[in-house]
Write a new protein. Structure first.
Length: 277
């Protein structure tokens, strides 16, 4: 026997229920009289599982998303639930092409002419130790941003690459060894053609005193220690060398490169920044 006669099961609303839902006031769509447009409004720090497509294949990760649109002066509010609903419908792996389509879908869904989506996530790459060849994963912080502004689309790639830096001055003046430390090199760029996440990682690691690895054996530790010693870099050298490599890439139109060295002999960091052009 049906305990919910007349189809009144909680998961099956009646026609009257639907009518009552439709009768609820849509406050967000009401008119606002303060005559102030809002440049960006939406949701921030939505944690969401995604599949990511890169040059080396697909991987699953957990992203943090900021999704915003332009709100005209006469509209009281945006429809916040629509941002989450849009992500719940996603089934394709994310790459720059999919980000473009997703941004366009969001702008259309929210009845706006401009909008931005930023997707930040840990990107994992399998690396082989330099001597033993043992493999392990290393993580990199990545942010993909797609933006539509008055109908025109642009995207930005930001990658933070951890590396080793060794001080040239310390090496020069010390009889034994030199101080070295972990450094974070961050690149944010716009390009006229696709630039892969892996390409940016390779670019930065090639300019560092030495790259990092998730797992090393004793012969590997000896190798990375000596390699860094033979390739000392000031924080100034780091940003200049990375910037020189980026300028040589015809696909890259503009960039910012930053380096923060977590000094092992100080309680502060060394920092350098270049913006191009």
């Amino acid at each position: 026997m049906n305990p919910f006669p007349n189809d009144t099961h909680p998961n099956n609303p009646t026609i009257k229920d639907k009518q009552r839902m439709n009768a609820i006031a849509d406050v967000q769509s009401s008119r606002d009289l303060r005559n102030l447009p809002i440049n960006q409004v939406g949701i921030k720090d939505l944690r969401f599982p995604i599949s990511l497509k890169s040059k080396e294949g697909e991987q699953s990760t957990v992203a943090r998303l900021t999704m915003t649109v332009f709100l005209p002066a006469d509209q009281k509010g945006t429809h916040m639930s629509r941002f989450v609903a849009l992500m719940e419908q996603q089934t394709e792996a994310l790459d720059f092409d999919r980000l473009h389509k997703l941004t366009a879908e969001m702008v259309a869904l929210l009845n706006s002419h401009s909008g931005k989506i930023s997707v930040s996530f840990p990107f994992f790459r399998k690396k082989s130790a330099p001597v033993s060849g043992i493999q392990s994963l290393l993580d990199y912080d990545v942010t993909l941003t797609g933006e539509i502004k008055n109908g025109a689309y642009s995207h930005n790639l930001k990658v933070m690459v951890p590396v080793t830096s060794l001080c040239p001055c310390s090496k020069e003046i010390s009889q034994y060894g030199a101080h070295n430390q972990r450094s974070h090199v961050t690149i944010s760029l716009t390009a006229n053609a696709e630039v892969g996440i892996e390409e940016i990682i390779d670019c930065v690691e090639a300019q560092a005193s030495c790259q990092l690895y998730g797992l090393l054996k004793r012969p590997d530790e000896k190798y990375v220690t000596e390699k860094a010693y033979e390739n000392p870099k000031f924080v100034e050298d780091m940003v200049r060398d990375v910037a020189t490599a980026l300028i040589a890439d015809g696909r890259i139109e503009s960039f910012i490169v930053e380096s923060e060295n977590f000094e092992s002999i100080h309680n502060h960091s060394a920092y350098a920044y270049i913006a191009y052009p």
